[in-house]
Write a protein that binds this ligand. Structure first.
Ligand code: 13P
Length: 285
C-alpha cells in the first residue's frame, strides 16, 4: 500500500484501541527491520527521521526507500519528520513526500513556540498530521540535546493546542531521549496534561521506558510513542559482535541481514510493550 497520512495512522489506531509506534530510521537495514515487525504485528506505524539523521542520504532517499518497502505491505504506515527545527526542515520533508510532520520549536520561549508551530501548520496541506512540542524533553538524540529541559505545564496546554491547531502534542513528563534506563514517567503530570486539553499525546524517549510504563500509556490518550536508540543499538551491536567473534568477517550481507532481524525483534518487543493485549511471542532481552 502507499504511504498513508499521519492522521490516518492515528485514526486507525484509535478505532482499534492501539498505540502507534514511531520508529526512527537512518538506513536500509533499519527500515527493513521496522517494516518486518510492523507486518508481523499488524499495528499501524510511523516511520520517522530527524534532520540530524537525514544528513546521510537526504529526505528524498528516505522517502524512496520507505515508500518502496511499504508498497508491499497491507499495514498503514506514515512517513514522519521527527524534530523538524526550522520551517525549512518542514518544507524539505513535505517536498520529498513525507505524510506527517513534527515542528519542534520547544527550545524557544512560549510565544515563539506558538508562532513557529502555527507557521508549520500553515505549511502542512490538509491531511498531513502536525506534531508540536510543549515543554522540552531532556537527554540526547545522537549528539544533540536541548539547551534547556523542562516539563510540560498543563496550564499552557489548552491555549497552545488551540493557537497552533496541532494534531499531536509531544510532552515532557519525565521521558528522556537516548540511553536513559532510569527514566520514569510522572504519570500524575501526564494525567493533568491529558485532562487539560483534548489532543492526542506523544511520548518521546521510548527506549528508556520499561514495559510497565509503556503498557499504561493508552490510558492517558497517548497515541504515538517514539523509539530510536534501541534500534540503533541493535544494529551497532550486531556489527560489533560479528567483528569481535571474527575480526576477519567479510560477509557484509550476512551481518546486515542479521542486523535487520535484530532491529525487527526490538521493534516487535516495543510494539507489544505499548499494546500489551497483543501478547509477547518474542522474548524480552
Ligand atoms: P529514544 O532514542 O530514547 O528511543 O527516543 C527517540 C525519540 O524520542 C525520537 O524523537
Amino acid at each position: 500500500m502507499s504511504l498513508v497520512s499521519g492522521q490516518e495512522v492515528i485514526r486507525e489506531c484509535a478505532s482499534r484501541g492501539l498505540v502507534a509506534g514511531a520508529f526512527n530510521t537512518t538506513n536500509l537495514e533499519t527500515t527493513m527491520g521496522i517494516v518486518q515487525a510492523v507486518e508481523k504485528t499488524g499495528v499501524p506505524t510511523f516511520i520517522q527521521v530527524a534532520p540530524t539523521n537525514a544528513v546521510l542520504s537526504g529526505y528524498e532517499y528516505i522517502y524512496d526507500m520507505v515508500s518502496r518497502r511499504v508498497a508491499g505491505t497491507d499495514v498503514p504506515v506514515a512517513l514522519h519528520l521527527d524534530h523538524g527545527r526550522t520551517l525549512d526542515d518542514v518544507r524539505a520533508a513535505l517536498a520529498a513526500g513525507f505524510t506527517s510532520i513534527m515542528m519542534d520549536a520547544s527550545g524557544h520561549p512560549y510565544d515563539q513556540n506558538v508562532k513557529l508551530s502555527a507557521e508549520a501548520r500553515a505549511l502542512c496541506p490538509p491531511g498531513i498530521a502536525l506534531e508540536v512540542e510543549l515543554g522540552s524533553i531532556g537527554g540526547k538524540e545522537d549528539d544533540h540535546g536541548p539547551e534547556r529541559e523542562f516539563t510540560t505545564d498543563p496550564a499552557e496546554v489548552a491555549d497552545f493546542v488551540e493557537a497552533v491547531g496541532c494534531d499531536l502534542l509531544a510532552v515532557s513528563a519525565g521521558n528522556v531521549h537516548g540511553y536513559a534506563p532510569d527514566a520514569r514517567l510522572d504519570l500524575d503530570l501526564l494525567r493533568r496534561i491529558q485532562e487539560a486539553g483534548s489532543v492526542p499525546l506523544v511520548i518521546h524517549g521510548g527506549s528508556g521506558l520499561g514495559a510497565d510504563q509503556l503498557g499504561v500509556l493508552s490510558d492517558y490518550d497517548v497515541v504515538k510513542v517514539n523509539v530510536a536508540s534501541d534500534l540503533r543499538n541493535a544494529m551497532i551491536r550486531t556489527f560489533g559482535e560479528a567483528y569481535v567473534a571474527n575480526p576477519h568477517e567479510y560477509s557484509l550481507i550476512r551481518v546486515s541481514t542479521a542486523s535487520v532481524q535484530a532491529i525487527s525483534d526490538v521493534v516487535e518487543q516495543r510494539i507489544r510493550s505499548f499494546n500489551p493485549r497483543l501478547g509477547s511471542p518474542v522474548a524480552q532481552s
